[in-house]
Design a protein around this ligand. Structure first.
Ligand code: GDP
Length: 299
């Protein structure tokens, strides 16, 4: 489980070093240093302030007398933030037919890779999966998804390059329903001429899927690159203004020690984190667990 270890190790190195240096007794200077460290780790200002306030509150109560209590206070604060509000990481499923998962996010965020990993995970559970390639805008996107579908051993429906993405999405859902698959995953474009065009297209895809299968899509997963810092927040806001995002996937956490963006995005959108991406291989997908995440962050 190397990618996971390297992620947590990196975060741990940053936090642990600083926590032990910080913990010469909790005073104003060390709390300020902690706040800076958290902001640098992409927790965002509001969350960083709240975490520091939690450490301070416990310290005043006499509950932060050691480094381990200091870490515990931090972990509890992170876990509480991740469990606040809409935070159930379980994938929504459709008990009466195929579950439709719509996957959105900008180019390069790791959408295609995530879809490949998710397909493989469903396959491992014995589920029948169909991928729909509704990114007809970018040359190569359809082929790339087809390659992943072959690798994962799942069905594939793709239109011609330049064809209407919403009709590809419709056809994919239609084919999935007709063939009786368990899961239909629809890929979408990550860039069009303008952001407005992209959001209009996503709304149309969303609407058309619901026309073919009422209550679908059951999940709208927004894929965000965990290495782009606070830009992930503005992307999250733009996408969730266009369609009702039901879950967040944060990728490339193996490549950064700044795991705080996971907390910042959950808090900003009030949407659960459902997966984190920890590598480029088909097995490098982790279902999200707030408690594990928080503990390993400061262990
Ligand atoms: P898309 O444009 O959103 O479909 O993005 P891709 O799936 O093509 O991914 C863009 C790049 O990021 C590729 O080089 C992927 O191998 C890489 N990538 C995707 N997810 C991860 C991850 O969790 N960790 C790492 N290190 N790289 C990733």
């Amino acid at each position: 489980d190397v990618p996971k270890r390297s992620l947590w190790q990196r975060i741990k190195d940053v936090v642990r070093t600083d926590v032990s240096v910080l913990f010469k007794g909790v005073d104003e200077g060390s709390l300020e240093a902690l706040e800076t460290l958290l902001i640098e780790s992409d927790f965002g200002v509001p969350t960083s302030l709240a975490l520091v306030a939690e450490v301070e509150r416990r310290h005043k109560r006499g509950d932060v007398k050691s480094e381990s209590e200091f870490r515990q206070a931090l972990a509890d604060g992170v876990e509480a933030a991740l469990r606040k509000g809409n935070s159930d990481p379980a994938l929504r499923t459709n008990p009466g037919g195929p579950t439709v998962v719509l996957v959105i996010g900008v180019n390069g965020a790791g959408k295609t890779t995530f879809i490949g990993k998710l397909s493989a995970a469903f396959r491992a559970e014995g589920k029948r999966v169909l991928l729909g390639a509704a990114d007809t805008f970018r040359a190569g996107a359809i082929d790339q998804l087809r390659v992943w579908s072959e690798r994962a051993g799942v069905d594939f429906v793709g239109g011609a390059p330049g064809s209407d993405p919403a009709s590809v999405a419709f056809d994919a859902v239609d084919a999935g329903v007709t063939r009786g698959v368990d899961v239909i995953i629809v890929d979408t474009a990550g860039r069009l001429h303008t952001s407005d065009d992209l959001m209009t297209e996503l709304r149309k895809i969303h609407r058309v899927i619901g026309k073919r299968l009422p209550d679908a899509p059951h999940e709208i997963l927004l894929v965000l690159d965990g290495t782009i810092g606070q830009n992930a927040l503005s992307q999250a806001r733009t996408f969730s203004a266009a369609v009702p995002v039901t879950g967040i996937v944060v990728t490339k956490l193996d490549g950064t020690a700044k795991g705080g963006i996971v907390v910042a995005v959950h808090e900003a959108l009030d949407v659960p984190i459902k997966f984190v991406g920890l590598g480029e291989q088909i097995g490098d997908l982790e279902p999200f667990d707030a408690g594990d995440y928080a503990r390993e962050l400061v262990e």
